[in-house]
Design a protein around this ligand. Sequence first.
Ligand code: TYD
Length: 205
Amino acid sequence: MGRGCFITFEGIDGCGKSTQIRFLTDYLKEKGRDHLLLREPGGTVIGENIRNILLDKKNTGMIPMTELLLFEAARAQIVSEVIKPAVEEGKIVICDRFFDSTSAYQGYARNMGSEVVENLNRLATGGFEPDITFLLDISPEEAFSRRVARGEEDRIEKLGMEFQEKVRAGYLELAEKSPRIVKIDGTMSPEDTAEAILSHLEGLI
Ligand code: TYD
């Protein structure tokens, strides 16, 4: 079997990624296509442990560099242990967030520098990249109303609207630079958004 496909979903907190990922996995199930759904940080036993440290609200003293390196550590593990082998086996791998999250959240919003983050992204992944990335773009205000409906916020989500605005700007700049990133208007109905996503996957899945 040939190489599979690696699809990632990105966007600010509450952008509707989970709903769209569910639409896509339902579609693949219906078609009987072998696929794997993962999330970052996490997706491995080691990665889930790192995730708990990152999202724990008690960890108020975490400095940005620790945060950055923990995200990259979890990523190195999931790429080597799960994503790369699965794609090489011919599977469709869908990941809820990947290195563009680090570029947008740590690189832009936390101001750690895009070059530093891009170098670390490359180091953690060994140069392995998604075939296509969907950026679900909505304003922090719209995202906020969805998050409130969903329940309590985690450590990173607690940073507020201004932070989310910076993350969004970071994502939009990344999308401008990279043809791999497809920007999707996240304010459309879930069904229309799903259709837009599928139209970009023709020939890939
Ligand atoms: P999660 O609960 O997965 O949020 P969501 O459902 O919105 O994806 O929490 C992940 C949080 O971690 C989210 O606020 C984004 C942030 N994050 C980073 O800051 N950098 C990263 O590299 C990744 C993967 C996530």
